[in-house]
Design a protein around this ligand. Structure first.
Ligand code: SAM
Length: 190
């Protein structure tokens, strides 16, 4: 049982691109209530459910509280866009850093489309800054954004440092017309 239907978006993206494998280390930005983290824990085997497979690691960050989840660590009351958050993350992360960075973050929508779009893009840019600090070469980056004029700018930033950048619109998010994901594969820098 997933804590939130958003799990199905990540499952769908994973089905197609196999971004989560046993043993991988994952950062989940905007993790509350924890459904994406549940999917990540299952797929990377951070709860050691599979005794034969490599054991991964999942850390979720959110402004809100998150109910504990076996196999995951959480940083609640934590703003991903705050420059000190990286230090808190590094205290938890394995030495080598992370293999996958996920962001399903969304700001409280003002209702003014263009403003909300710009806010979310700038949050995605913060996640990209974080990636530059902890993502391993070959790593994966998935972020939600609301479509608008700055989306190509974010895509261009991603294209500079990842081998492939795909625009993904899962079936499970068709309801929400503005919501789209960038999936960036194979981090090149570092
Ligand atoms: N992926 C989650 C799941 O499956 O359970 C749902 C995430 S929900 C759509 C978006 C989350 O982003 C909210 O919980 C919100 O508190 C969080 N958020 C928004 N701005 C944030 C920020 N600056 N830092 C950390 N989390 C943030």
């Amino acid at each position: 049982n997933y804590r939130c239907r958003s799990a199905f978006k990540l499952l769908e993206i994973h089905e197609k691109y196999k971004i989560l494998q046993p043993g991988l280390r994952v950062i989940d930005c905007g993790a509350a209530p924890g459904a994406w983290s549940q999917v990540a824990v299952e797929k990377v085997n951070s709860d050691k459910a599979d005794l034969e497979a490599p054991v991964g690691f999942v850390v979720g960050v959110d402004l809100l509280q998150i109910t504990p989840l076996e196999g995951a660590q959480f940083l609640p009351n934590t703003d991903v866009t705050n420059s000190t958050t990286i230090n808190k993350l590094c205290d938890l992360l394995p030495l080598q850093g992370a293999d996958v960075i996920l962001s399903d973050m969304a700001p409280n929508a003002s209702g003014i489309k263009e403003m909300d779009h710009e806010k979310l893009i700038s949050m995605c840019m913060s996640v990209l800054d974080l990636a530059h600090k902890v993502l391993q070469p070959g790593g994966t980056f998935l972020c939600k954004y609301w479509d608008g004029w700055q989306a190509p700018l974010l895509k261009a930033q991603l294209a500079k440092c990842f081998q492939h950048v795909k625009t993904v619109k899962p079936q499970a998010s068709r309801q929400d017309s503005a919501e789209v994901f960038f999936l960036a594969l194979r981090y090149k820098i570092k």
